[in-house]
Design a protein around this ligand. Structure first.
Ligand SMILES: Nc1ncnc2c1ncn2[C@@H]1O[C@H](COP(=O)(O)OP(=O)(O)OP(=O)(O)O)[C@@H](O)[C@H]1O
Length: 237
């Protein structure tokens, strides 16, 4: 059986009276890269937040590394090996690039130290050029690189990227896709949310489409690319 890192079943998540997730099953196996797709407002971010313990599902279960996590704080989920890069990022603007990276450093859940400060700088040459800059002096693309770099410094088993390239210039977005491919090669599982389905399916193994808080499709990247009617129907592309 596959090494199941995250397993969510029957998630029902609300914001007040708004019923957002309507019985979502979702899982992440070791080494898998998953695209989470759907139009705006379909519940992608809410699913990620439900997995991370940032919103509490009203019903359903989440297991991370085999441990039930509903009701546990998000830092505990992070300690189980899940690094989360939220939409809109979240670096420390008053700290330098170097400080942002160094303070995140820790070995992974199996003691792995694959992602070191040096390796992150080799992976993101732009960050090396900005080491002394404050987080708030960076461009949007550099901030996204820094957030991903910080996440990698925690040596996660799973990396979750919400809106990976939203609002970034094409050249920078290309850089982020290159990183996603590198992360995949390094054996870290990822969940990627992004509107650019062509890029997404180039780096993912499996894709999940949400419509109004329900999973309406799940399939390999090759299958999804071969079925433009699904993309048109569910993503409007
Ligand atoms: N904190 C909140 N309080 C109330 N409603 C919310 C909150 N956050 C999101 N929603 C609503 O929940 C629904 C799902 O939002 P969610 O952010 O999960 O969608 P999404 O698929 O990630 O889309 P997007 O790409 O727009 O972020 C939307 O209708 C949104 O308006």
């Amino acid at each position: 059986m596959a090494d199941r890192l995250i397993s969510a079943r029957g998630l029902q998540t609300y914001y007040g009276a708004s019923h957002i997730l309507r019985g979502v099953d979702f899982h992440v196996d070791r080494g898998e890269t998953i695209g989470l797709m759907g139009r705006n407002g379909m519940g992608k971010s809410t699913l990620l937040k439900s997995l991370m313990g940032l919103v509490r599902p009203r019903a359903g279960t989440v297991e991370v590394m085999g441990r039930a996590t509903v009701g546990r704080p998000s830092y505990e989920v992070a300690q189980l090996g899940v690094a989360y890069v939220p939409e809109g990022r979240g670096i420390f603007g008053n700290l330098s690039v170097k400080e942002n990276l160094v303070m995140a450093a820790r070995p992974g859940t199996r003691g792995q130290r694959d992602w070191t400060y040096e390796r992150v700088l080799e992976t993101f040459p732009r960050l090396r050029e900005r080491l002394g800059h404050g987080g708030q002096q960076l461009s949007g693309g550099e901030q996204q690189m820094l957030t991903i770099g910080r996440a990698l410094m925690t040596n996660p088993d799973v990396l979750i990227l919400d809106e990976a390239t939203e609002g970034l210039a094409p050249l920078i977005a290309r850089e982020i896709w290159r990183i996603c491919a590198l992360v995949r090669e390094s054996g870290i599982s990822s969940v990627i949310v992004d509107k650019a389905w062509r890029h997404v399916t180039q780096v993912t193994d499996r894709n999940v489409i949400l419509v109004k808080g329900e999973v309406v499709y799940e399939g390999s990247s090759a299958e999804l690319r071969a079925r433009p009617e699904l993309l048109e129907q569910h993503l409007g592309v």
